[in-house]
Design a binder for this molecule. Sequence first.
Ligand code: HEM
Ligand code: HEM
Length: 182
Amino acid sequence: MTDLMRPTVYSPVSKWIHWITAILVLGILAGGILMTRMDEGALQDQIFDMHRAFGVVVFALALVRVAARRMLGTPAPDETLSPLERRVSVGVHHSLIALLILMPLIGWLMTSAYRVDVSVFGLFTLPHLMPKSEPIYDALSAAHATLGFLMAGLIAVHGGAAFIHRFIKKDGVMQRMLPARD
Ligand code: HEM
Ligand code: HEM
């Protein structure tokens, strides 16, 4: 897409998707780390259910985000960024979007390999993507954990950069993702 055809601001819908996703992903990461380290029981089961169901919501929102980015485009990086900052910022955004799709997919695949149903808030159940297999479950589970920690690191860099722009550099980068002030 040429720069002339690109939007100049994030649309209200893409801002809503960004912030709903951000809140859900932070909760899913915290829940994932907690549920794998706590005692077994009803509370652990509930956190597992919420982790999987909100993970599916994040997956659906990510598909909408990718479709919207492809059809409508996305604003060019802020003019105040250096060429290196632009490359890092776009690279982090693309990696986060890839992980927003990859993490739920791996979660869904490994839950299928373990033969547990993925129920979305009791409203519907996703089909199993593959036959039961313990070795495949083990490999996917390790990938899900490693990529989960990579994602947490990228979010720390991304969120940290946004706060540096807001409170130290005091430029307009954070404002690009906040509600428009008219
Ligand atoms: C502390 C929390 C967060 C803050 C303060 C924040 C802030 C921002 C800001 C200011 C932008 C606009 C950057 C620009 O215009 O160049 C942005 C874009 C973006 N953010 Fe975040 N963010 C946060 C959490 C997250 C999380 C958890 C994710 C995903 C896991 C995420 C994914 C993205 C993506 C993919 C973009 C590119 C634009 C888009 O496709 O919608 N952010 N964020
Ligand atoms: C954005 C989406 C997701 C993120 C960021 C995420 C992140 C994580 C993290 C950090 C853990 C802890 C790993 C560990 O320390 O061992 C975890 C565990 C787990 N996640 Fe996710 N997850 C997501 C989506 C899903 C989905 C959609 C499912 C299932 C449909 C799922 C199923 C599981 C299961 C079953 C575990 C327990 C550990 C295991 O069996 O390997 N996750 N997740």
